[in-house]
Design a protein around this ligand. Structure first.
Ligand code: NG6
Ligand code: CA
Length: 523
């Protein structure tokens, strides 16, 4: 961008800031700043929790949050897959504005620039201790990662004081935890090497040695076999550092609880990103085989247990009354995501996306309409909110909560929706853009899917493999593929009837709005 463009951008961002709503910080015990716990789960669909209508799952802790907090029915992730969704949630910038933000391999470079504000950096500026525990998947390093040395930039360069995480997904190498800048439990005599282009080392792979697998693959996932499960990508070395899949949930939860205990005397942000319920589904013994809808539901029950432990820890540490807890998920549900684990066969009548069409990868509501609960005893009245809110709004809303200005030019799509998040207003955003392989825009009533609008500054054709995964998922949803689809979300939340032809003026209005949002560079 040239200098004039940059100044214009700053001016626009300033104007956007000036129009953001303001709300006084609610009174807190002893006038203390509230702690903030954001729980961003993985691939949990709108219908996957009992409090959102799931009758086969056992989610008492999350249901408890919903019962004594605010349960949202029109809350969104930015995108129908993880990387863009997490990028947007943390930075307050729609991922589709940028090139190259798609599901990342485990050795991809950091997508977020260290100059970009994030929820963590803004709260750190407000005096918060900031911790990340869980899945990352927004890239690490600046082009080449030495897994045996210092791994940076990463979460610590983006505002987190303390970060215990894994690089990408549980089905991608390297299958190791990182604490701040270093792989945990790495034996220097057994160095780690990772490749996403060719086999590295001599360990068996899912492709060459399928008889060694304890969980069969159904698609992709034919790289290095780690602990009986073959992953995406190849790795060698780092044997002492490799995780046990069945222990990921408890390891992350223990770290989250330790962070709370350690920081209970000061305001803190805990950004807790459990790997559940992403594949491979490998719940601990206490949950394996116990649910009424297969191993995928076992991991939902496990996730609920993890949330319960965090809530218990807040109580025990004496900070529960002064903590805003937000629970949500990064993208919609998928039942078979590349491993044959019987999830489809045992699903029964469980409906992962609830009343919505589609799921992970799709532009239908199932892809981005998320379970979303805010809870703050004494400050948020229990109830249900239909306000239109997005995870992209978290940055500005949390900044407003703690009276910390968002740096100029930062978080261009993040609106201060604090009144809605605290239940003081039933009105959220006017419009919101949804992202999958194409874009959609919705307002209070209407949603337009515009297949000519693709993510990215310079939209690229889909990579072949992603395309295959998307097409497979689409088959199950009778994918209509009209260039323009208009749905009346009020009367047709399941997006069954494309009414574009009957309402050309609404199609036109929403198309223009999407064009405008794209052109102006901010919401
Ligand atoms: C896909 C993987 C899927 C999952 C997804 C990322 C295959 C066939 N599918 O490419 O298993 O890992 O990427 O999920 O390899 S996400 O929630 O992190 O976006
Ligand atoms: Ca995900």
């Amino acid at each position: 961008m040239d200098r004039r463009g940059f100044i214009k951008q700053l001016g626009l961002a300033g104007a956007a800031l000036a129009t953001r709503k303001s709300i006084a910080l609610p009174d807190t015990p002893a006038g203390k700043k509230p702690n903030i716990v954001v729980i961003l789960s993985d691939d949990v669909g709108y219908g996957d929790l009992a409090c959102y209508g799931g009758t086969r799952v056992h989610t008492p802790h999350i249901d408890g949050l919903a019962k004594s907090g605010l349960r949202f029915t029109n809350a969104y992730s930015d995108a129908a897959t993880c990387t863009p969704s997490r990028y947007a949630a943390l930075t307050g910038s729609y991922a589709w504005r940028h090139d190259g933000i798609a599901i990342l391999p485990g050795d991809a470079q950091s997508l977020i620039k260290t100059t970009q504000p994030t929820i963590a950096s803004v709260l750190k500026s407000a005096g918060y201790a900031t911790g990340l525990v869980g899945k990352w998947h927004i890239g690490l390093g600046d082009g080449h990662i030495d897994w045996n040395g210092e791994i940076k930039p990463g979460p610590c360069e983006l505002g987190f004081d303390d970060a215990f995480f894994f690089p990408a997904t549980a089905d991608r190498v390297p299958t190791v935890y990182i604490h701040n800048h270093r792989v945990v439990n790495l034996d220097p005599k057994d160095p780690i090497q990772v490749s996403y282009t060719e086999k590295i080392g001599s360990e068996p792979t899912g492709k060459e040695d399928p008889e060694l697998l304890k969980m069969k693959l159904s698609e992709g996932h034919d790289g290095t076999i780690v602990d009986g499960i073959s992953r995406i990508g190849f790795m060698t070395g780092g044997h002492a550092a490799r995780w046990k899949d069945e222990e990921i949930a408890s390891t992350f939860t223990n770290k989250a609880c330790e962070f709370i205990e350690k920081h209970k005397e000061e305001p803190f942000l805990l950004y807790f990103t459990p790997s559940d319920i992403h594949v491979p589904h490998a719940p601990m013994d206490e949950f394996a085989g116990r649910s009424a809808c297969g191993i995928r539901c076992d991991t939902i029950n496990q996730l609920d247990w993890c949330v319960g432990r965090v809530l218990e820890t807040l109580e025990r540490a004496g900070v529960a009354d002064n903590t805003l807890v937000i629970f949500t998920s990064d993208n919609g549900p998928v039942v078979n995501d590349g491993y044959d684990d019987n999830s489809t066969e045992l699903l029964g009548d469980h409906k992962p996306a609830g009343p919505f069409r589609g799921g992970k990868y799709t532009i239908f509501e199932g892809g981005t309409r998320m379970p979303f609960i805010t809870h703050w005893r004494g400050h948020i009245a229990p109830g249900i909110s239909s306000a239109l809110v997005s995870q992209v709004d978290l940055l500005s809303s949390l900044a407003a909560l703690v009276h910390q200005p968002v740096p100029p030019g930062g978080a261009p799509d993040s609106l201060n929706e604090l009144p809605a998040l605290l239940g003081r207003s039933q009105k959220g955003r006017d419009t919101l853009v949804e992202e999958a392989t194409v874009l959609a825009i919705r307002d209070e009533r209407w949603k337009l899917i515009d297949r000519s609008q693709r993510p990215g500054l310079h939209p690229q054709p889909l990579k072949a493999r992603e395309d295959i995964a998307v097409q497979r998922i689409m088959k199950g949803h009778d994918y209509p593929q009209a260039p323009l689809e208009l749905y009346d979300l009020q009367n047709d939340p399941g997006e069954m009837k494309n009414v574009a032809a009957a309402h050309p003026e609404i199609v036109d209005r929403l198309r223009k709005k999407l064009e405008q949002l794209r052109r102006q560079g901010h919401s």
